[in-house]
Design a protein around this ligand. Structure first.
Ligand SMILES: [Zn+2]
Length: 316
């Protein structure tokens, strides 16, 4: 290794934009908000990385309720991360996946992960309101980032399509809420007949507030889905492949007695690896609680990855 001089040129490379402090639109239980949309959202694609939980070599299952009644058994999923898809924008917008450029899209094709989903983020202006959503006096407003999934995009699109021809979303206030579930930010969005900032002649104030404080393209992209490194993604995919190898191994039918001895030693190795995997993954699941991402239930169990499971897979 050479030496690194204490000069500005040798500052550690930037690890991306810190967006954790940006004010985000988030409704508390039963809260209502009144907002104005003044720009189109930035859209990125996001993967959800998760794998079945394994404790002491046992694959964990949970009973889940179906929407139309009844229950079914599912893996107890352990969330790992939800990074931005590495695919090219034009390919993603036409094919909804880019396996050539994104290793996670490749694994989605193999059935190991779900396909990427769109996430949107934009700057909105939120009025100062009473709890019931009425605009307070004196007039006030603040700029916030609103991050949402495709279902919310469709909802706003329907509102925009319902406007008179030529009318813009920016000429209608939107009332959000009341919020029924703050964790998953469940609330309705309704367009109002009235537009408070126009009626109160606050157009200049709102325009200056928005233009002076709106978030950059990069900030919004980062808020919608965090950009991980290629190395970290490969490490996480290795963990997921190793986990599925154990899951599939554990589900293998009982072999004939002729191969019992060999299989027994193979199984004990798998148990050991499972234990190792558990100890490495403890506590990771908490990271995403509260992220309103859809749940992933694969239609089929992914096939074990080719090649034997090695310690390198687990420790990479
Ligand atoms: Zn991808």
């Amino acid at each position: 290794m050479g030496r690194t001089a204490f000069t500005a040129a040798n500052k550690a490379p930037s690890t991306g934009i810190n967006t954790s402090d940006l004010p985000k639109l988030s409704l508390a239980k039963d809260e209502k908000a009144r907002i104005i949309i003044l720009e189109d959202p930035v859209t990125v694609w996001q993967h959800r990385l998760q794998m079945p939980k394994i404790i002491n070599g046992t694959v964990q299952k949970v009973e889940k309720e179906r929407r139309n009644g009844g229950t079914y058994s599912d893996y107890d999923w352990e969330f790992i991360s939800a990074p931005r898809c590495m695919g090219k924008e034009d390919i993603l917008s036409s094919d909804a996946a880019d396996p050539e450029n994104c290793p996670m899209c490749r694994e989605a094709q193999n059935g190991l992960l779900q396909a990427p989903k769109r996430r949107h983020a934009m700057t909105i202006v939120q009025y100062g309101t009473k709890k019931n959503g009425d605009v307070i006096q004196p007039f006030s407003a603040s700029v916030k980032a609103w991050v949402f999934a495709d279902s919310r995009f469709e909802q706003i699109l329907a509102i925009a399509e319902g406007l008179k021809e030529g009318a813009s979303l920016s000429t209608r206030d939107l009332v959000l809420g009341p919020c029924s579930d703050p964790v998953f930010q469940k609330f309705d969005v309704t367009a109002q007949e009235r537009c408070a900032y126009l009626e109160l002649d606050k157009q200049e104030y709102i325009t200056a507030l928005f233009e002076g404080n709106k978030f950059s393209e990069a900030e919004l992209q980062n808020l919608a889905a965090w950009e991980s490194s290629k190395l970290k993604i490969e490490q996480e995919l290795s963990r997921i492949r190793a986990c599925w190898d154990i899951v599939n191994g554990a589900q293998r039918p009982e072999p004939s007695s002729a191969t019992d001895a060999a299989v027994q030693s193979d199984n004990s190795l798998k148990e050991e690896l499972a234990g190792l995997l558990d100890s490495q993954t403890g506590g990771m699941g908490a990271a995403a609680s509260g992220d309103p991402l859809d749940e992933f239930t694969p239609k089929t169990t992914p096939k074990a990855s080719s090649g034997a499971l090695s310690f390198d897979d687990l420790t990479a």
